[in-house]
Design a protein around this ligand. Structure first.
Ligand code: FAD
Length: 511
């Protein structure tokens, strides 16, 4: 059968470009067309990479040199907690790495990264149509998939259609597979700022000597998170000096303070936090670079069929805490590129299509319940969140990071939470997450929530992808079990307590 192309990919950002590049590498004769709506990428969210997405970018996509020269090396994730708006900056709780990161991760300007990756795909032989928008789509299995492209208008037919259209979720919506995740009502507002205070400045060395001496790496290059009850804010440095900052909040628990416009509301919220105030006192939001999304999480009930597949955000999205967005893009684009390439080479890939449809919802659901479901109830309490953080990161290292570094080619063809081991890991993670939520709810009810968000700093030697992760796992377990003991004391305490009042920073304070 005559097709205009073997593969048409809708969307030329990270997922689309990675899929095109990998198809051409696996099957160099493939005729791949990438259709991208925008003439140029504008600045977009998704700037912090994890150990897994960085492994994919460096080991599989081969971007090590590019990332080293053009983007920033990230120095871990650092979290800040307080329990009153008036708290001193150096009295806030800090949790994060003491030294430079042991595994490469990056702070990326996504417009630049996506442009570079798209160029790599074109250099590898993909054709690019840009700016051009895919409108109508017709799916006809082995008879080919037809897309209408504007400007043109013209119709193109391909054996495979890959949807990498991001949150537009073209195919999921067209086929009626799109499902919002109502169990997780989170929203985000973000902007880029100039004039943000340097976390490692000389005047702070004079002002906050203990803070400065405690840490052997620069805090500026970390992803810094301000944590509160029902919300967290990210602060991510970008190459060139601008800083990306945004809030994600669960609307069951928290609302942004009122203000003239959304930029002011975001800024006011950050300034109400003792750490945010020190960092953003003189900062200004860059005009025209403010964005908001409501109802962030969703998924597609079916992610592929004969001749079509969804990758990256076009298949689903959960929550940006811990930056798993590009992890999902890496696994899905690599898995799809592999079976599409093999099919073009003549292999029957029916089993892969069936597996992708079966495993994607397991991966989505397990990832969601294990890491995110109701987490916003406990993320403002430093004790509970640090226990969750240690357990989450240790599980992530055991389940994904260690396999990815041991054998990336194999690991990126196995979707997370696969098989018996995946089920056991998911059950363990769901269990401690549910327990931490229950402990937080009791602390909230008894006025004990966030009581210890003051005066301590826990700096880790770092996470390493080998057996040494057990040390952090042990620490996480001990902290969780200690919180369980406190919970028992609260249950049996005879003294009545008053419910917590909410401070302006959104963090409960003691009554
Ligand atoms: C608040 C927030 C914070 C986040 N932070 C992080 C983070 O720190 N780290 C991380 O890894 N991830 C993060 N993410 C997730 C990350 O942004 C996404 O997972 C990632 O951008 C998805 O990439 P993609 O290529 O699948 O889709 P996109 O980047 O959305 O690209 C889709 C492309 O398709 C094109 N397109 C759409 N419709 C059409 C059409 N009809 N025709 C042609 N082209 C079309 C668009 O122009 C676009 O270029 C965050 C997400 C949110 C919401």
């Amino acid at each position: 059968m005559e097709f205009d192309y073997d593969v048409v990919i809708i969307g030329g950002a990270f997922s689309g470009a990675a899929t095109g590049l990998m198809i051409r590498r696996k099957y160099p004769a493939a005729r791949v067309l990438i259709i991208e709506k925008n003439a140029a990428f504008d600045r977009k969210v998704g700037e912090s990479t994890t150990e897994v997405s960085s492994c994919y970018m460096t080991r599989i996509l081969g971007l090590t040199n590019y990332l080293g020269h053009e983007q920033l090396a990230k120095q871990g994730l650092r979290m800040w907690f307080c329990n009153s708006t008036e708290q001193r900056f150096d009295d806030c709780v800090e949790i994060g790495p003491r030294y430079n990161a042991r595994v490469q991760t990056f702070q990326v300007d996504r417009a630049k990264l996506d442009s570079h990756l798209l160029k790599c795909a074109v250099d590898a032989g993909c054709k690019l149509l840009r700016p051009a928008k895919v409108g109508k789509i017709e799916l006809n299995g082995s008879n080919g998939q037809t897309v209408d492209v504007d400007p043109g208008p013209r119709s193109l037919r391909a054996r495979w259609l890959v949807d990498a259209s991001g949150r537009t979720t073209l195919l999921a919506r067209k086929l009626g597979h799109y499902r919002p995740n109502h169990e997780h009502p989170i929203n985000a507002v973000w902007a880029r700022f100039t004039g943000v205070k340097d976390w490692d400045s000389y005047d702070w060395r004079e002002k906050f000597r203990d803070y400065m001496d405690a840490c052997r790496t620069a805090r500026s290059w970390a992803t810094n998170h301000l944590m509160g009850h029902g919300w967290w804010c990210w602060i991510i440095p970008l190459r060139g000096g601008d800083v990306s900052a945004g809030i994600v909040y669960d609307s069951r628990i928290f609302q942004l303070p009122e203000g003239a416009n959304i930029a002011e509301r975001l800024h006011a919220h950050i300034l109400a936090n003792p750490v945010g105030r020190e960092i953003f006192r003189d900062a200004r939001a860059i005009e025209g670079d403010l964005h908001a999304f409501s109802a962030l999480p969703y998924y597609s009930e079916k992610v592929c069929g004969d001749g079509w597949a969804c990758v990256g955000d076009a298949a689903g999205f959960i929550d940006p805490l811990y930056s798993p967005g590009l992890d999902f893009c890496s696994y899905t684009s690599n898995y799809v590129a592999d079976f599409v390439g093999r099919n073009l080479a003549g292999e029957d890939v029916t089993a892969n299509v069936t597996h992708y449809n079966a495993q994607y919802p397991i991966m989505y659901r397990s990832w969601f319940e294990a890491l995110y479901k109701d987490k916003y109830y406990y993320m403002g309490d430093a004790e509970l969140m640090s226990a969750g953080f240690l357990l989450d990161v240790a599980s992530y290292y055991f389940g994904l990071v260690i396999p990815a570094y041991r054998n990336p080619e194999e690991a990126f063809l196995v979707l997370p939470f696969h098989g018996r081991r995946g089920r056991i890991a998911a059950s363990f993670m769901k269990f401690y997450n549910r327990r931490l939520v229950a402990l937080a709810k009791r602390r909230l009810a008894t006025g004990r929530f966030a009581r210890h968000n003051v005066g301590w700093r826990e700096l880790y030697d770092g996470f390493v992808p080998d057996f040494r992760v057990t040390k952090l796992l042990r620490k996480g377990l001990l902290r969780w079990w200690k919180a369980e003991l406190t919970n028992l004391r609260l249950i049996f305490a005879s003294r009545a307590t008053t419910p917590a009042k909410r401070s302006e920073a959104g963090t409960p304070v003691e009554a």
